[in-house]
Write a protein that binds this ligand. Sequence first.
Ligand SMILES: Cc1ncc(COP(=O)(O)O)c(C=O)c1O
Length: 363
Amino acid sequence: LIPFNRLGATLEFRKEVLSQIDNLLISGVYLNGKYTDSFEEKFAQLIGVNHASAVSSGTAALTLALRSLNLPKGSKLITTANSGGYARISAELNGLETHYVDVDLNGLLDVRSISHELLLNARVMIVTHMYGQCANLKEITSICKKFDILLIEDCAQSIGAKFEDRMVGSFGDLATFSFYPTKNLGGIGDAGMVVTDSLELIQKVRSLKQYGWKSKYFCETPHGDNLRIDEIQALILSFKLPNLLDYNKKRLKIWEKYLHAINGKNLRLIGKNSDCFVAHLAVIDAGSHRERLKKFLNNYGIETAIHYPFLDFEQPGLRISPTPKLENSEYLSKSILSIPLFPNLEDHEVEYICEKLSEYEMQ
Ligand SMILES: Cc1ncc(COP(=O)(O)O)c(C=O)c1O
């Protein structure tokens, strides 16, 4: 069986990191320590922003980023419905009103699908860089500027991707990241990051992630919470960070092999062979073949997944009324299939997946 992910740490990694973990255990500093500080510093450098604040998850990062903007309750937020529901959840936690817009056939927010009325009334947009790609940040930043809409980039799936020579995460007023174990930079549990160039906003995030404190036991900012990162996650993530770009390259190499394997078939692998793609997921647009291709691969022991099988508003907990009509989002949710893509896939496993993909017969 080839699993969709294989997360167990390698012996080599464990050997190197265990002595550092041992020192951390002895030190007794489990929160707000040197590992968090240095991880934030290195991360901000990598993305090319002034400030970074490490938090407890990608969803916490989105929630804190929105909360730092201090928008009135009921403010309108623009986002997409195919991106896992995280933006919507963070909007709900901040009392904001979500307005869904459509995506292009790569699953990325399409500015052309935003009505003029919504542009005039919206206060904030969350754009999700799906599957390892970059949304069209040129169009998005220019429309946000023109209509005075604040922009948050959700980079959970695209860490290290570049748009015109700058890292994603450096374009929005704020940007968020997730270090969920399967992400391109994955922890051994939950963690996330908020980045921004604004000192004022990062100070808000730092306060809000720790009860709204200005200093210990003195709450200055309303609606604070406890959404800190643990030192042990910061240690693990700092340790992995220097290898991120190499691992992204490995992912892209595997993705390119898949691209080659489906050549000539009526299957479309979403993504690009360039710096603006970090191959977080290998997503095939299989059109009406999705279920058949899934069964075919599963029968040969290749695990698959769907990112994501339901649009936000198709789920009971995320309904809105009236139900939006989003053609491309609906098409993709019924047509996409993700196949295994992680850096420690063995060569022979990649070859096997390629072989099965090329054997698949379209009818
Ligand atoms: C695009 C996107 N945004 C947000 C999240 C939420 O991150 P977390 O699971 O760390 O809360 C995820 C992944 O889980 C994601 O893929």
